[in-house]
Structures are given as C-alpha cells and as structure tokens.
Ligand binder design. Structure first.
Ligand SMILES: [Mg+2]
Length: 230
C-alpha cells in the first residue's frame, strides 16, 4: 500500500534556475555599480564560484554555501566588505522569482485526493516563500534540528517520522538519481525519478525505479507502483 508521496523541491516542483540566474545578474549589476573593477567579472564567473564552493562545502547549509560563493565573487573585484548587502539582494530576488513548474500545482491537487503529500528538501526553498504555501501535510528541511542532508539515512528517517508512516508506504519523487532515487530506496521507500530534460537513464538505476518526464504522469505511475507491490 502506498499512502504518502513526498517531493524534492528544487528542479522537481520548483523552477529554481531562472530565479538563481536573475539573482546573480542583480549581484553583478550591483558589483558594477560599486566599482569599475567589476567590469571584467561575468555571470559565468559568478556561476563558476557556486560550483567551486559547492564542491568543497556540499554538506553545509545551502545558505552558507551561497554566502561563500558570493564572497568569492565579490573578492574578484575587491568588494569583500559588501557581502551582507549583496547576499540580501540575491536572496530577495531569488525567493521572489522561485515558482512552481506549470505541472506542479495540478499534479499536487490530483494526488491529494488519494495520498498524503509531503515536501522534503536539502535546500533553502521554503515552501511558503516559493508559491507552495498550504500544499503539504508536512515539510522537512535539512539542517533544521541539525538534520543531515540527503543522501543521509537520517534525512529519510525524519521524512518517515514526519509522515507517521513506515517507509514502504512512502514514495519519494525527485530529479536527482542519487539523492532522490537511490537514497530513499536504501531507506525502504519507493522512488520515482523525474527526468524533465530527457537525459539518458543512468545504468545503475534499478529497473523497478519508475521514471516520469512530467509530474502529470505521477497519478498513473504511482497507482501502478502501489498495485505491483501490494
Ligand atoms: Mg532537486
């Protein structure tokens, strides 16, 4: 029996990339306003600073990773002292523009008729700040109460505890094969991989891990999953 469906946030329900790009563009604009030394800094530089810092700090809270990436970017133009104000600009723009993909709210409405819905993320996309207020019976955020990030087993134990259901009754849905399919399956949950962009299916993804290209496919796929394993 399947009673609960729990969602990853960023790039699953939430179209994060345009919001982050717009946030970084605003940061760059502010850097150039502050100093001519920023004229040679590009958006690609700011994006590469995130990638470089994320590699070294992946287990840290996303907010800290973003601040470290912004500090690195500001350092490119001698603007290290402006971190707090620039971070505030970035996060205001990022949260103002982070919104659900067009298929998200209709899928949640359809699934809610049959399942209890949850939201569980490694990142800092608070549901209520991103157009998802009131959509879930429970929400789990890494780093609240010192909860480790996915793929830690503790993260999925916290999801099951928040659901009040054994893991085998829970399906986790997300865009990352490692974090959203392998990790919840290790915790005893079912998993559905959301492959929005049609990338090749990873060889190590188990044959019985379902794959969808849009959230609109979920009601049918989850019903099948529940029936097969019943
Ligand atoms: Mg994701």
């Amino acid at each position: 029996m399947l009673t609960h469906v729990v969602f990853d946030a960023d790039e699953t329900l939430l179209d994060l990339r345009p919001a982050v790009t717009a946030g970084l563009a605003l940061v760059l604009e502010e850097m150039r306003r502050l100093t001519p030394a920023a004229a040679g800094v590009s958006l690609a530089d700011l994006e590469s600073d995130w990638a470089a810092v994320f590699g070294a700090m992946s287990a840290a809270p996303t907010l800290e990773i973003r601040r470290a990436a912004l500090a690195r970017s500001l350092g490119r133009a001698g603007l290290e002292g402006h971190l707090d104000e620039v971070a505030a600009l970035f996060f205001a723009r990022r949260f103002a523009l982070t919104r659900p993909f067009p298929d998200a709210l209709p899928a949640l409405a359809a699934l809610r008729e049959r399942y209890t819905l949850g939201y569980a993320t490694n990142g800092n996309s608070r549901a209520e700040r991103c157009g998802l207020a009131g959509q879930f019976a429970f929400e789990v955020y890494a780093h609240e109460n010192a909860l480790p990030k996915k793929p830690a087993p503790e993260f999925f134990a916290a999801v099951a505890a928040a659901a009040g259901a054994p893991p085998e009754r829970i399906a986790y849905v997300g865009d990352s094969p490692g974090l959203d399919v392998h990790a919840p399956r290790r915790a005893g949950m079912r998993a559905v991989w959301l492959n929005r962009t049609g990338v090749p299916r990873p060889d190590d993804l188990p044959a019985d891990a379902e794959e969808v290209s849009t959230l609109a496919e979920l009601p049918e796929v989850l019903a099948r999953l529940a029936a097969i394993k019943a």
